[in-house]
Design a protein. Structure first.
Length: 276
């Protein structure tokens, strides 16, 4: 990855900050680190070797997206790796979730990722190379109660990314989905909205939400180790990369159980077709 230009969204904390710090230390990588509040990117100042740009970016603002992409191309002449990391969480039962709040989460998690990618693709197609790294979650493969809309956003990222990977393969552009379990980032803390259930039938889920809140920054996953793995895997690029034991084991069990169900109902399922 020497002399490559990386553009990363959401670098003020969590995975984005860990990855930006790792790249900044290398000195051979052009780094464009973005955040809604650029003041939170001062941590990069000690590494500034003339190849780091800190830019303001709200991924729900298409004008800011276009400005960041244009400035990156002007300064470095290329965008080799796009990391769509910016994202939000939301805890709340399906029935009690606030529609306006979850629509904004979709605007960040899905449409922000979509608009960033669509803005970068012309550059990558022109140079006939590129890597797009999209942050999903184990929540893009497996669903828990009180996270229905968060799961919906990450399942959307999974489907969009898998289709995109097939469309851009002939342009030598590769796509990788990152599917972490619990990591010591701000996701379970300030980066996710939490609405405790008020309806009596859903009180059983109150502890699940509170335990996630109280467990923030005590999760098993280390974002710095994750950053190193992502950087290393960018040379090999699997379509899906679960990170953390829980994510990996859960993904394997989900796919194994689903495969068993498909096989069990195979004859019934295919009987829905017209006779050949």
């Amino acid at each position: 990855m020497t002399n490559k230009t990386w553009l990363i969204t959401g670098t003020s904390s969590g995975f984005g900050k860990a990855l930006a710090t790792l790249l900044a230390k290398k000195g051979t990588v052009n780094l464009v680190a973005t955040a809604r509040n650029i003041e939170k990117l001062h941590y990069l100042d000690e590494f500034n070797h003339g190849q780091i740009q800190k830019l303001t970016l709200d991924v729900t603002n298409q004008h800011e997206i276009q400005a960041v992409v244009e400035k990156t191309n002007t300064i470095f002449g290329t965008i080799d790796v796009l990391v769509n990391n910016a994202g939000l969480g939301y805890f709340g039962t399906f029935e009690e979730s606030n529609r306006k709040t979850v629509k904004y989460m979709f605007a960040v998690n899905v449409w922000g990722l979509v608009d960033m990618t669509r803005s970068v693709l012309p550059t990558m197609r022109k140079q006939k190379s590129g890597i797009i790294i999209n942050f999903s979650s184990i929540g893009g493969l497996f669903s828990f109660p009180t996270l229905s809309f968060y799961h919906g956003s990450k399942y959307a990222v999974e489907g969009i990314s898998e289709s995109l990977a097939k469309e851009v393969a002939d342009c030598n552009i590769k796509v990788m989905l990152i599917e972490p379990s619990g990591f010591r980032t701000d996701w379970a803390g300030r980066s996710s909205k939490k609405i405790l259930p008020q309806i009596a039938d859903y009180q059983q889920f109150k502890d699940f939400i509170e335990n996630n809140k109280n467990g923030a920054h005590h999760e098993a996953g280390d974002p710095n180790k994750a950053a190193e793995i992502i950087y290393d895997q960018a040379n090999d690029l699997p379509l899906r990369l679960p990170l953390g034991r829980f994510a990996t084991d859960t993904a394997i069990k989900k796919y194994s159980d689903t495969l068993a169900q498909f096989k069990k109902h195979h004859d019934i399922s295919v009987s829905a077709d017209q006779p050949e």
